[in-house]
Design a protein around this ligand. Structure first.
Ligand SMILES: [Zn+2]
Ligand SMILES: [Zn+2]
Length: 122
């Protein structure tokens, strides 16, 4: 069935007359402002400042603190994922210490030392 624009307009007009179509007022009445709810106070998880909570789940005094905490958490989550490849045995390992661990085990470290010394003697 092909209905042209003129036909649609006529149908809508008829429906309006019948009260089937309600034309929305162009301007919506402004919603009355809700009183701001308070959720007591809490201490910021980032800087320990006591602040007024804006939501029951608020944990930070300001956005910066929230972002700082997020950053720190991401960093902590990232750390165990860090994998290094041992140049001695090619195995992947997670450094246990923060200082630059190059080899997967003390054995590989020792072996590397031995090889370096041997090379020197040549
Ligand atoms: Zn804070
Ligand atoms: Zn190794």
């Amino acid at each position: 069935m092909i209905v042209d624009a003129e036909e649609i307009r006529r149908i809508v007009e008829r429906m309006k007359k019948d009260g089937k179509v309600t034309v929305m007022p162009s301007r919506r009445a402004a919603a009355p402002e809700k009183p701001r709810a308070t959720f007591g106070s809490a201490s910021c998880r980032n800087c320990n400042v006591t602040f007024t909570k804006r939501a029951s789940t608020s944990m930070f005094c300001k956005r910066e603190c929230y972002l700082a905490d997020q950053r720190r958490e991401r960093e902590l989550a990232k750390e165990p994922m860090q994998l290094l490849v041992c140049p001695m045995c090619d195995s992947r390992f997670t450094p246990k210490t923060r200082n630059n661990q190059t080899y997967c085990s003390p054995d590989c470290n020792l072996e590397a030392h031995r090889r370096r010394n041997r090379d020197k003697k040549k």
